[in-house]
Design a protein around this ligand. Structure first.
Ligand SMILES: [Zn+2]
Length: 368
């Protein structure tokens, strides 16, 4: 997975961390500039088209604050020794991707809290900065910026995934129970509840008569929250199954056959040996290739006597041979390093143990 998402534009690096901007950013900057103009025009009726300059300045300041929010996640993470892959600014804010899950709940809590705290701090600073200012427009901009940052900070502190507060709740539950997955499940369920609750917000605010814009906005936020929370649940479910992933447990029993046999004869030998997969060996009996199950299945039965089994096999390459008892994260990492539909599994003595089929690993991960 390339970081930054589809079509993201790379801006540069901050503290060594690549920063990307999603094209959706420009759409929302335009929506803010145009959408808030009538409100600004009510406060500054004499400005004419100059009101667009104010709303555009607000959009830029808002994103600058969101950027600082993300940078504070990134810097905290780096300070705690957790590498950061990148920062992406997108239409609802930003996202900082750290290299791996924080190894301790304490670090996770600090990294998550850093962002909202910076938003609240910017809000407070903008408010204080507005106090001595008497000029209408700068004061107006500072006050709007202050409230926007307080809203961003407070909203992100809500204890529900995928929000920062959800990561904090997850860390707290993880710390108390000692179970990282339990933390994820609790915070993700809270995220689903919040997603449903958000739909009611425009109705509450408008006394039962919300605007269409309000409803659409709430629906969009609800959808993003719901997706984020549900994705976190899926990951938690997968992680709970990781210990069950094991080459020795998942490998299919294999038979070693000579590479020059026709498919029909190789299949007969496999049936006789009670094997469900095949390894091709050279004249000295050394494994050289693994038979691909789907290629074999696609071959019409009447052609089996005429096609050599080696046509149905993939030559062994570096990384396609796994040892016994490779499990969990280690197994997934090995499979990511050398993607293949089949792997040869050896036993402790270096002899053929079986064949690990990638599809079997996938179904073990996603089984309900
Ligand atoms: Zn954040």
């Amino acid at each position: 997975m390339g970081f930054g998402g589809r079509g993201s534009i790379r801006l540069g690096r901050v503290f060594g961390v690549p920063v990307y901007v999603s094209p959706t950013w420009f759409i929302v900057a335009a929506v803010i500039t145009i959408g808030f103009e009538p409100i600004v025009a009510r406060s500054f009726p004499d400005l004419g088209a100059g009101t667009y300059a104010i709303t555009f300045a607000f959009a830029v300041l808002l994103y600058a604050s969101v950027f600082l929010h993300e940078v504070s996640h990134a810097v905290t993470s780096i300070r705690l020794g957790i590498a950061v892959r990148g920062i992406t600014l997108h239409f609802l804010g930003g996202h900082t991707e750290i290299e791996r899950e924080s190894p301790t709940p304490g670090r996770d809590l600090l990294v998550s809290a850093a962002g909202p705290l910076v938003s609240l701090a910017i809000g407070g600073a903008a408010y204080l900065a507005a106090l001595p200012v008497d000029a209408d427009i700068p004061e107006y901009l500072l006050l709007v910026l202050a409230s926007a940052n307080v809203i961003v900070g407070a909203f992100n502190l809500l204890p529900a995934l995928p929000l920062d507060g959800g990561h904090m709740l997850r860390a707290v539950v993880w710390r108390i129970t000692g179970d990282e997955n339990r933390g994820t499940v609790v915070a993700a369920r809270a995220g689903q509840v919040l997603a449903v609750a958000v739909i009611g917000v425009p109705f509450l605010l408008a006394g039962g008569r919300p605007t269409l814009f309000g409803i659409l906005w709430a629906a969009l936020v609800a959808l993003l929250l719901w997706n984020g929370a549900t994705q976190a649940l899926t990951v938690a479910r997968m992680r709970a199954r990781l210990p069950e992933l094991n080459t020795s447990r998942l490998a299919r029993p294999a038979v070693s056959v000579s590479a020059d046999l026709p498919v029909s004869e190789a299949l007969r030998q496999a049936r006789e040996a009670g094997a469900t997969s095949m390894i091709l060996v050279d004249a000295a009996g050394r494994p050289i290739a693994v038979v691909n199950e789907s290629a074999l299945a696609a071959l019409p039965e009447e052609r089996r006597p005429w096609v050599p089994i080696s046509n149905m096999a993939k030559s062994l390459q570096d990384g396609m041979v796994l040892g016994p008892g490779v499990s969990g994260e280690d197994l997934l990492r090995a499979m990511r390093r050398r993607p293949s539909s089949e792997y040869l599994v050896l036993d402790e003595t270096g002899r053929v143990y079986g064949v690990l089929v990638s599809a079997d690993v996938d179904s073990a991960l996603s089984a309900r």
